[in-house]
Design a protein around this ligand. Structure first.
Ligand code: BTN
Length: 265
């Protein structure tokens, strides 16, 4: 276990190690990006898995589609290196791992969010009160067959006062909704425990996982835009199918969406 000036106390780190599936922990005061470090660390053959990298702050946090992930102290930023096959998940089901991660965060936040129910925006963003509270970046390291890096950023106690205008309007933190300060280690522990459980559900019964995910779907029955880069389609979202693809009904077809960007109209 490596200990920098850490976001968590040694007691909290020990508790995370004992009460969750993680077998290696790196804890940093500051990193460029926990995903960058995880991609590097994933190449070490003797790395005990799952491995966790957590940082109090990131100077170059990355989001999907090459976007920057803006965060400040008080947010929870971490990455995991794991092998989905350890839960029995085969290669064909890897896209569903992405849905599983969002669901695990949703389940971890739900008891804390009071009357406000977290929702999932396909594939794995978590929203509270129609604003984004969590983003997930999943990457596959080149030199580490079978391993994935799962980067998760959750707005917990951070404020958006200093954030650029788009985030100020579209993002929210848990403390803004609850009016309370939350313990980062508890939330991290809850995410890890739910992720372990949901990866087991995915391997044993993928349809249960998808049914559970669908119950939190934010876009179902809403009009959405699907941006494929070269073209965009607009229509009604019908939820997800048995493969975990998002279904979009346009005037002339039903599209099963596996990639690109979707947003509500
Ligand atoms: C997105 O919504 O576009 C995904 C954002 C993912 C952000 C997290 S924060 C921890 C990890 N390290 C990174 O550089 N990115 C992910």
């Amino acid at each position: 276990m490596v200990e920098d000036p850490a976001p968590f106390s040694p007691v909290e780190l020990e508790w995370l190690h004992k009460s969750t599936f993680v077998r290696a922990v790196e804890c940093h005061d500051q990193l460029a990006s926990t995903n960058d470090r995880a991609m590097e660390w994933a190449a070490a053959e003797d790395l005990p898995l799952p491995a966790l990298i957590v940082a109090r702050s990131q100077t170059a946090g990355r989001g999907r589609g090459g976007n920057h992930w803006w965060s400040r102290e008080g947010s929870l930023t971490f990455s995991l290196v794991l092998e989905p096959q350890a839960w029995g998940t085969v290669g064909a089901d890897w896209p569903k791992v992405s849905l599983t991660v969002g669901l695990a965060v949703c389940l971890a936040l739900e008891p804390l969010a009071r009357s406000c129910r977290p929702k999932l925006k396909w594939p794995n963003d978590v929203y509270l009160e129609d604003r984004k509270i969590c983003g997930v970046l999943i990457e596959v390291p080149q030199r580490a067959a079978g391993r994935v890096v799962i980067g998760i950023g959750i707005n917990v106690n951070n404020s958006f006062d200093a954030a650029p205008p788009p985030q100020r309007q579209t993002a929210v933190s848990l403390s803004q909704v609850t009016g309370q300060t939350h313990r980062l280690a508890s939330i991290l522990q809850a995410v890890l425990v739910h992720l372990d459980e949901q990866l087991s559900v995915l391997a044993a019964c993928p349809s249960d996982l998808l049914e559970r995910w669908a119950a939190y779907c934010m876009l179902r029955d809403r009009r959405i835009v699907w941006d494929r880069g070269v073209e965009t389609h607009t229509g009604l979202c019908l939820g997800i199918d048995a493969q975990g693809a998002l279904l979009l009904k346009t005037d002339d077809a039903i599209h099963a969406i596996h990639g690109g960007v979707v947003r509500p109209l």
